[in-house]
Structure formats: structure tokens, C-alpha cells
Design a protein around this ligand. Sequence first.
Ligand code: DX5
Ligand code: ZN
Length: 228
Amino acid sequence: MSFDRSIKIAPSILSADFANFGQECRAIEAEGADWVHVDVMDGHFVPNLTFGPATCAAIRPHIKGVMDVHLMIAPVDPYIEAFAKAGADVLTAHVEATPHIHRTLQAIRAAGVRPGVALNPGTPADSVAELLDLVDLVCVMTVNPGFGGQKFIDMSAKIRRLRDMIGDREIHIEIDGGVDPKTAPLVAAAGADVLVAGSAVFRGGSVGNPAPYGDNIRAIRAAARAAQ
Ligand code: DX5
Ligand code: ZN
């Protein structure tokens, strides 16, 4: 995983066919996805349940590139080892999920995985000021986490502030929630480089007809690049 600030599209398999994750992962990569975003929800930190490390391990062989695992769970620490063993390249924990996020991020690094920290829309940029030396990615939520297909919340000012705080450090700014060709330019202009998109990538396509995934990915990427 080399570092650059070019636009990377990370489709969220939350919008994929849950009965065909392997095929869906292969299809989005064939259609131009840069990373595969995997949303882990526990029905406690967020009001929805998805899947855990066993599913991540099962889909890992179907992903050639980066498996970007977004943990919407509390607690986090007891599961880090399992997600590391499942083959996560990036493990992102929420700053709101624990009073000891610093320890959690250290533990992710110690497990040999790249640590990310995510911020809910109501959480200020400054909440990660003391964490920037520990992370490879900051994920700015542009919806309240829990569900795909929600309306984008404009966090441009927070993204700009984070971009300034990050300076020359090799830290990705990832945006998660409501990203589509209309909203992508806003976040790219503010300094984001990894764009998660669920419904806007998978709409119109299927495992039997994956070509629309490619059209959707290209539309988001083109809109973001033009604004970067
Ligand atoms: C929200 C998840 C997102 C979500 C994005 O809780 O973390 O990754 O799947 O889906 P869209 O792009 O549909 O908002
Ligand atoms: Zn996510």
C-alpha cells in the first residue's frame, strides 16, 4: 500500500448482494474499484447488524487490493486480533467507541494492520488532534453510521480543518456516507482522497450485470478529480 493523494474509490459492500460477496468483490475490482470497504456493525454502537471477522476472512481471497474494514463496534479491542487474522489491510475504529482510542490504535498497529480513526458527524476535527501520529487514515462520516443510502451531510469545513492538521503526514482522508457524483466534488475540493460509496456504486447493476458498477465508479471518480 503506497501512499498518494489521488482519488481512490472504495465501494461499500453494505450495498452488495449479501448472498454473493465473493463475486461482488471481484466484480467491483474488475470494474475499477481501488479499495473494498467492509462495514462491520454490532447493533450496539450503531443500530444495525452486519457481519464479523469470519465473513471478512471468507471474502479476503476474492479481494486483490486493499480490504478497508470499518469497525462500527464497541468495544473494539477484543476483536482486533481476529480482524487482523482475517486479512484486513486497514482497520478503522471510531473515536466515539472508546475512552481509550489511543490504546486501540496502538493495538491495531501492533497487530500489523494500518490504523484508521473515524469521526461521526457530531464529533469535531480536534478530537483526533492527539492521534494523528498513530493513524494512516482519518474517516470523516458524512452520514450518521448504521445504514447505506442516507442523505449526505456536508462536512467540508471539518475536512478542510483536518487537511490542515495533517499537513505533510502520510494520512488518507476518507469520506463515508452519501457520496455520489454530486457530492464527491465537495469532499475532494476540501481535501479528501478516499471516497467510500455504497448505493451510488451498486445502483443499476448486479453480479449478473456488473457493467453499471464501472459506469458509477467512473462517474464518481471523474467528478471528484475535476474538483481536486
Ligand atoms: C454507513 C457506512 C457506509 C455506507 C455508505 O454506516 O459506514 O460505508 O455503507 O453507504 P452509502 O454510500 O449508500 O451512503
Ligand atoms: Zn463505512
